[in-house]
Design a protein around this ligand. Structure first.
Ligand code: SAH
Length: 366
């Protein structure tokens, strides 16, 4: 049997036993089932895959993040051991470009060890291939909690959007959990649980609470943001979270599926298509700050990259390039900082977390 069919069968089996399955459980199985999960079985990133990410668009993205890291490293007194951590490193491209740029800063190379938090064996293999040439001390971990203590500079690009979301639907009697069940034709379909979730409205911001019946609210478990905040507050350093999402908690369904660079139905072909949902930056920062970290931003990705000097960097690259490479630099720049549909500049946001002693990190001063 194909792996695809196997995950669908497994989900049907679970629904038959336990009834409709909460959306976050469905998403977790689709992406990370230990045998059949989307990320476990493939490398989905790139022109031939399902989607493309900022570090794959242009080397400038990783380079500027590397320089941001060296600036914060100096801001915290250039500690002689610094952990460079990436959550969900994909093909390893961001880290490669970041470290190549960071190594020009005296002392940084000697201080840095690289730690990649990854669940995908396929992508781990690709990351090893990508990072080989840098020959730096690198280790892989299943979770941030497994990375040894000490001051850290952490980056997470398009990581949080891949973590499972829960959904609730507002009904006449309260907010009820949204689940995945089976319809009369035997297909997966969304269902709404009969009983509302007790006291749910109390946890919501006022404008979400007063949303019309039928509205959907999405939220994620706080644990990953707690871990990130705790790590920074205890060990020192800073983190960058880059993702698409909203600045303030709000109603709206953002769960989406993508396969081969096109939107798909999230309930078909479990394990073969990517599932994501927008990041609620307000909730993420609130959770990290509750653990003692200081939040900054979020600001637009375009603004972040421009403040770090992406336009100057582009001109430098072009000054030594062939016309074809120059054109690539220009189109990469436009995609990374551009507005509207084709650009990531305003769709993507960047937030930072710092130890309270760090002050304002580069690009976050108004
Ligand atoms: N940051 C990369 C990849 C984004 S795709 C880029 O910008 O290109 C999401 C990444 O997160 C993949 O590497 C995926 O395998 C990883 N991932 C997804 N869920 C994870 C989890 N629960 N723990 C660790 N890594 C996870």
């Amino acid at each position: 049997m194909s792996m695809t069919g196997a995950l669908e069968k497994e989900i049907r089996r679970r629904i038959a036993i336990a009834g409709p399955m909460p959306v976050d459980q469905y998403m977790a199985l689709c992406l990370a089932h230990p045998q059949y999960g989307y990320y476990i079985t493939r490398d989905p990133i790139g022109a031939r895959g399902d989607f493309i990410t900022a570090p794959e668009i242009s080397q400038m993205f990783g380079e500027l993040i590397g320089l941001w890291m060296t600036a914060v490293w100096k801001q915290i007194g250039s500690p002689e051991n610094i952990r460079i951590i990436e959550l969900g490193p994909g093909r390893g491209t961001l880290m490669k470009d970041a470290m190549r740029a960071a190594y020009v800063v005296p002392g940084f190379r000697q201080a840095a060890t690289v730690h990649l938090v990854e669940i995908s064996p396929v992508l781990t293999t690709q990351q090893k291939r990508t990072l080989e040439l840098l020959s730096m001390p690198t280790s892989w971990h299943a979770s941030l909690n497994d990375v040894p203590d000490g001051p850290a500079l952490i980056v997470a690009n398009e990581f949080f959007d891949a973590l499972p979301v829960c959904q609730a639907v507002k009904t006449e009697t309260g907010w009820s959990e949204r689940r995945v069940g089976i319809d009369a034709n035997g297909n997966f379909t969304f269902k709404v649980a009969g009983d509302p979730i007790p006291h749910f409205a109390q946890l919501l911001p006022p404008d979400v609470r007063s949303a019309p019946v039928g509205s959907i609210f999405e939220w994620r478990a706080d644990a990953p943001a707690f871990c990130l905040g705790k790590r920074i507050a205890r060990g020192g350093g800073a983190a960058l979270v880059i993702d698409y999402g909203h600045l303030a908690s709000a109603v709206g369904e953002t769960l989406q599926a993508v396969g081969h660079h096109a939107y798909a139905n999230p309930l078909t072909g479990p394990g073969t298509i990517d599932l994501t949902a927008h990041v609620d930056f307000q909730a993420l920062l609130r959770a990290a700050e509750a653990m003692g970290a200081q939040g900054h931003g979020p600001i637009d990705q375009g603004q972040f990259l421009r403040r770090l000097g992406i336009e100057t960097r582009a001109s430098m690259l072009k000054s030594k390039a062939t016309p074809a490479v120059s054109a690539d630099v220009d189109s990469g720049l436009a995609r990374l900082i551009g507005h509207g549909h084709a650009g990531m500049g305003t769709l993507f946001k960047v937030a930072a977390l710092t130890h309270p002693s760090v002050g304002v990190p580069p690009a976050f001063d108004a």
